[in-house]
Design a protein around this ligand. Structure first.
Ligand code: TYM
Length: 486
């Protein structure tokens, strides 16, 4: 068993290679897929995570006004409030995705979840909310990976049966985020590994040495070999040739189709390794596309902005199964306050919104910019008290969670089957530009009955009809656009 980190560190995994000293006084901040913790000052206090420092250390790019302006020009859509507020703050090659959208060349979205608990929490929802918005904006296929294998390999306690159980309920949670079933494929590693996907896993595995895995992920001699190999599994879904049912069988065409990965910044190490391998891979002379990334901040733990909300620490998180009362009690009891100790002092000096967890949650969940600014000013001036700010946050979270629960109650087995069946997807991309380099899957007519994962003749007919309708819609939109332009 590896050493464990200090108790204040919020670790998803039970088996960690990060030495206890990492969380000691005067230690640097740690952000990787298993540990998220701000710098610990000489006074033993955990500081807020310094995201600018992460951009520098990881070698990513900050999302700036210029990129947002280009995004708006290219998509004709006002940037999401996560983009406007710097919650989605950093990227790798996002501009290449905008180039492709401009020319309507194919690309896809890829994100995921490690099923470590029965229910996702509000923090997990944030990359999914943003991914849904990207899917609505770009109208492209989306693949969602459930890393049940990761959650088994990285935990001493969890059994395979346990993670598979979490997987099923997490898939239902993800469906409740509102993804379009015609454009979304959700899969678990235990179910999907094989065929083209496994071939891609081995391509990655062959190009990552033990030394590289140690350097990127901090593994040591006691790490089980499943962990060392796992990066090649998470990375394999970043390549279109891993999904022949979506992009077709012709790998000469598919290896060049890139993806855009929305995630919180803890997942970046996986994709740094993946991008590095992609740069060295070719298929019959065709280069593999490097995945692009777009990173978000962590929704902080209730205890403060030095750590992320974590499913393994119940008191750090608001779960999507929490009742209105549980939400109220957790926020009132645990949410770290940027307010002053006495009402008098607070009225005189004002509160600090940068560290106040209730305010930070409102930044994520309150969409109205004016309302948020009013709250910020009132709290900073001391006009709004901590209890009042918490009440606003509680109301917003209760509304968000209740709406989710209503959608979740409607997700039945048929919906799960619809999203997880291995099948072609339909998408239009940029409606103003005819599709360039379209890759249409070769549809195989299944001999067998429904339910074996293949499509029946009737389903194929329906799909083809849907495709034709979407193509007509795109054509009409283009004609309308041309007419307005002239
Ligand atoms: P997991 O289950 O730890 O997290 C799922 C997604 O939620 C993000 N996240 C958070 N975002 C905001 N605030 C938080 N407190 C918070 N905690 C987690 C994660 O960054 C992630 O985007 N190995 C992955 C599963 C995975 C994946 C992917 C994720 C496989 N392929 C591609 C993103 C993209 C995992 O365990 O995620």
């Amino acid at each position: 068993m590896a050493e464990t980190a200090n108790a204040v560190a919020l670790n998803e995994s039970q088996v960690l290679e990060v030495p206890a000293s990492a969380a000691a006084q005067g230690s640097k901040q740690t952000v990787d897929p298993w540990n998220v913790q701000g710098e610990v000052g000489a006074d033993g206090q955990i500081k807020a995570i310094n995201y600018d420092k992460l951009i520098e250390e990881f070698g990513t790019k900050k999302i700036d006004e210029e990129l947002l302006a280009r995004f708006e020009r290219v998509t004709g859509k006002k940037p999401h409030h996560f983009l406007r507020r710097g919650i989605v703050f950093s990227h790798r090659d996002f501009e290449l995705i905008l180039d492709r959208y401009e020319r309507n060349e194919p690309f896809f979205l890829y994100t995921g979840r490690g099923p470590s608990s029965d229910s996702i929490h509000v923090g997990h929802c944030t990359p999914f909310m943003f991914t849904k918005w990207l899917q609505d904006t770009f109208d492209v296929p989306l693949v969602i990976m459930l890393t049940d294998d990761e959650k088994y390999l990285f935990s001493e306690k969890r059994t395979i049966e346990e993670v598979q159980g979490y997987c099923d309920s997490n898939i239902r949670d993800i469906i409740s985020m509102g993804f379009d079933p015609n454009k979304t494929f959700i899969f678990s590693d235990y179910d999907y590994v094989g065929g083209a996907f496994y071939r891609q896993i081995t391509r990655l595995a062959k190009h990552i040495t033990l030394n590289q895995a140690r350097a990127i992920f901090g593994f040591n001699d006691s790490s089980n070999i499943g962990k060392i190999h796992f990066g090649s599994i998470q990375g394999a879904a970043a390549f279109a040739n891993s999904f022949p049912h979506i992009f077709g069988e012709d790998e000469k065409k598919t290896v060049g189709i890139p993806c855009l990965i929305p995630c919180a910044v803890d997942q970046d190490p996986y994709f740094r390794a993946t991008r590095d391998v992609a740069a060295r891979l070719t298929y019959q002379g065709v280069r593999f596309a490097k995945p692009s990334l777009i990173h978000s901040l962590f929704l902080p733990a209730l205890q403060g902005p030095g750590t992320k909300m974590s499913a393994s620490i119940d008191s750090s998180a608001i779960f999507m199964t929490d009742t209105p009362n549980q939400i109220k009690n957790k926020v009132n009891k645990y949410a770290f306050s940027g307010g002053k100790v006495s009402v008098e002092e607070h009225r005189a000096v004002g509160g600090d919104t940068e560290v106040d967890v209730a305010y930070q949650y409102l930044r994520f969940f309150l969409e109205d910019d004016n309302e948020l600014e009013k709250i910020r000013l009132a709290y900073s001036k001391g006009e709004l008290l901590t209890g009042e700010l918490k009440a606003l946050c509680i109301k917003e979270l209760q509304t968000f969670v209740a709406a989710f629960q209503e959608r979740r109650a409607k997700v039945d087995d048929a919906a799960v089957k619809q999203f997880t069946d291995i099948r072609p997807l339909t998408w239009v991309g940029n409606p103003k530009v005819p599709k360039a380099g379209i890759v249409v899957p070769k549809l195989e007519v299944a001999e067998g009955a429904e339910g074996d994962g293949k499509l029946t003749k009737n389903q194929l007919k329906k799909l083809e009809k849907q495709r034709q309708i979407e193509a007509k819609k795109a054509q009409k939109a283009k004609e309308k656009e041309d007419a307005t332009a002239s």
